[in-house]
Design a protein around this ligand. Structure first.
Ligand code: G3D
Ligand code: MG
Length: 180
């Protein structure tokens, strides 16, 4: 049966991890504008943003899971990760601690969502004067963690679409058996 926003060929889970205040919710919200689903909050302690993308003629519903603040403990419940096809590992380019904590987040992704495409995201690039983590450091971190790397601004919208296009492409390749 098909109906309204559920009319997609496949639904895929994308998770966002990273320290509090790096911009996870802002990135998801910026990308998805207008299809926020608050009704899941109470049951699973997570916000889920939904957006339909079309890749190679397939309609894919990206379900972007966002923590509801539990990341403050640097430890998310296992079910948050299960079944994710993409993991956004976000830091704030103006906050060195948030960058240094990426390996901890990455280990949790590896443990519970080992099949997912990991993307290290350096967010808040609009704050040029406050930058403390250089782009080449982010690139190095991506390599170290076996992840892709991109810098974004949820505020300006820079590179936000690219993040999710990358994941959707990865997903369609997985669905079609073109990647292991
Ligand atoms: P989180 O979900 O990772 O905890 P949020 O982070 O999305 O709640 O964002 C935390 C704060 O950073 C918010 O500011 C938000 O507006 C800001 N922020 C997020 N992304 C960007 C960005 O790309 N550029 C800038 N300049 N700010 C950003 P407040 O003031 O509401 O706490
Ligand atoms: Mg948040």
């Amino acid at each position: 049966m098909t109906s309204g926003i559920d009319d997609a060929d496949v639904s895929l889970k994308v998770i966002a991890v990273g320290d509090a205040a790096v911009g996870k919710t802002s990135i998801a919200g910026r990308y998805v504008t207008g299809s926020f689903e608050s009704s899941y909050k109470a049951t699973i302690g997570t916000d889920i943003f939904r957006k339909i993308v079309t890749v190679e003629g397939r309609r894919i519903a990206l379900l972007i899971y966002d923590t509801a603040g539990q990341e403050r403990f640097r430890n998310l419940v296992e079910r948050y990760f299960i079944g994710a096809i993409g993991a956004l590992m976000v830091y704030d380019i103006t906050n060195r601690d948030s960058f240094d904590n990426l390996p901890t987040w990455s280990r949790q992704v590896d443990k519970h969502a080992g099949e997912s495409l990991k993307i290290v995201i350096g967010n808040k690039i609009d704050l040029k004067d406050e930058r403390v983590v250089e782009e080449n450091e982010g690139q190095g971190m991506g390599k170290q963690l076996g992840a892709e790397f991109i810098e974004t601004s949820a505020k300006d919208g820079d590179n936000i679409e690219n993040v999710f296009e990358r994941i959707a492409l990865y997903a369609i390749n997985r669905v079609r058996g073109r990647v292991p």
